[in-house]
Design a binder for this molecule. Structure first.
Ligand code: FE2
Length: 424
């Protein structure tokens, strides 16, 4: 349980808030590369309450500038891409990718004041199938160089979905290993739609709640969920809280891959979930993934088709037949959206009752409080990547598997990291 002030501190991200200054200290994904192709139209983007427009100029250079024209506020995302910038439709003012005003055609030649006008602008970079921005003060740090971001194109795919609740509820769901036994439970033998495999997770990890443990790592927190498998062995899932607003939950692809997920505030009441789907060994079946997504996510608003307006299309008969725990189909991401959106647009954490299975939730919040405090005391947020040598995360691992009888989670992890290092 948190106090109202604590809950406000880690959920509010608007300009001028501590939580907002904190998240602005790190690069954030704002759009998928697919949404902003060469020659594509400008795209309005809202992030942490700030309205911006992402565009490519006539030389294909990416820019991210304030949405409302500095002249009289008209929406620049409708503007014309020409003459080295983006031109407002109202009076033709022209801004380049750095927000510099290049032209004020409605002003008489001797009365132009371009040099006095500047549109807000933020740097952008492309990485891992996404476009990222840095909205902080001072010199930008590095974008984290995780394997799922730098992998070859055929092995990764990036999606963006919009969820109508505070970003922290997203992070808390992705880092919470206890909920999968319930929320995502499907009839034995039924494949999840996400993995497309015929292996039932339940057959490996059983129905009992896992033993949960955590340890600190260079990138955030490593999370162990140890399940008693019906075959008598112990099945371990390792997933990660990636500081400050991301996670890599293990998925039913087992040791073949996993997802990186960033939860980026649109404002305090909605966020984008960026999914970086990654498989190590073989290329992804992108057509199947795209089809799967289009069946579950509306292309019109990037929200799940199952949503509060239709009560998440809950089917009580499906639930009675025990085909799924929720009666909400087999698409895990929609289950998660249901769980977090119905907590309220900002969960009132003064009213919750955490248990011992919430150890990760407590840890994530602790890390955020500590980091915000450190930023307020020293002026700089912690964990900013400046040195490329530190941007490698050799201790990163996201894997599931049976562990040996003599092993615990950390020992399994060391063994797997050793195998991984030897292979590289
Ligand atoms: Fe989930």
């Amino acid at each position: 349980m948190l106090s109202k002030a604590q809950n406000d501190l880690i959920t509010q991200t608007g300009p001028g808030t501590s939580g907002g200054r904190f998240l602005r200290s790190y690069w954030q994904p704002i759009a998928t590369a697919e949404e902003m192709p060469v020659g594509g139209a400008p795209m309005p983007v809202k992030i942490m309450g700030e309205e911006l427009v992402l565009f490519r100029d006539d030389k294909d250079r990416l820019g991210l500038i304030g949405l409302h024209c500095a002249h009289r506020g008209t929406d620049l995302s409708y503007g014309r891409v020409e003459n080295g910038g983006l031109r407002c439709l109202y009076h033709g003012w022209l801004f380049d990718i750095n927000g510099k005003c290049l032209d004020q055609p409605a002003e008489p030649k001797d009365k132009k004041f371009c040099h006095k006008v500047r549109q807000t602008s933020y740097p952008v970079q492309e990485k891992g199938g996404c476009i990222w921005t840095y909205m902080g003060d001072g010199e930008a740090p590095l974008i984290p160089d995780f394997e799922f971001l730098r992998a070859a194109g055929p092995n990764r795919m990036t999606f963006r979905i919009v969820q109508n609740c505070n970003w922290l509820q997203g992070v808390e769901s992705s880092t919470d290993p206890a909920h999968t036994t319930y929320l995502h439970r499907l009839a034995a033998g039924a494949p999840s739609v996400r993995s497309g495999t015929n292996v039932s997770l339940r057959s490996m990890r059983g129905d009992e709640p896992p033993e949960i443990d955590i340890e600190h790592a260079s990138f955030g927190t490593r999370i162990f969920a140890l399940h008693k498998s019906p075959n008598g062995r112990r099945y371990l899932r390792i997933n990660n809280f990636v500081f400050p607003n991301a996670a890599t939950p293990s998925t039913s692809t087992g040791d073949a891959g996993y997802q990186g997920r960033w939860y980026v505030p649109i404002d305090d009441y909605a966020h984008c979930r960026f999914e970086f789907i990654y498989r190590y060994a073989q290329p992804l079946d992108k057509d199947a993934l795209r089809k799967n997504r289009d069946e579950n996510v509306s292309t019109a608003d990037l929200r799940h088709i199952r949503r509060p307006e239709n009560r998440y299309l809950q089917d009580r008969e499906e639930q009675k037949r025990d085909e799924s725990f929720t009666g909400m189909g087999r698409y895990f991401a929609a289950h998660d959206a249901f769980a977090i959106e119905t907590q309220g647009s900002i969960q009132d954490r003064t009213e919750e009752h955490l248990g011992s299975s919430d150890v990760v939730i407590i840890e994530v919040r602790k890390a955020l409080f500590k980091a915000i405090r450190q930023m307020e005391e020293t002026g700089e947020a912690p964990g900013l990547l400046r040195d490329p040598a530190e941007n490698q995360f050799a201790d990163f691992l996201c894997i599931s598997g049976y562990i040996e009888d003599h092993e615990d989670g950390p020992a399994f992890c060391r063994r797997m990291l050793g195998t991984k290092a030897a292979a590289e």
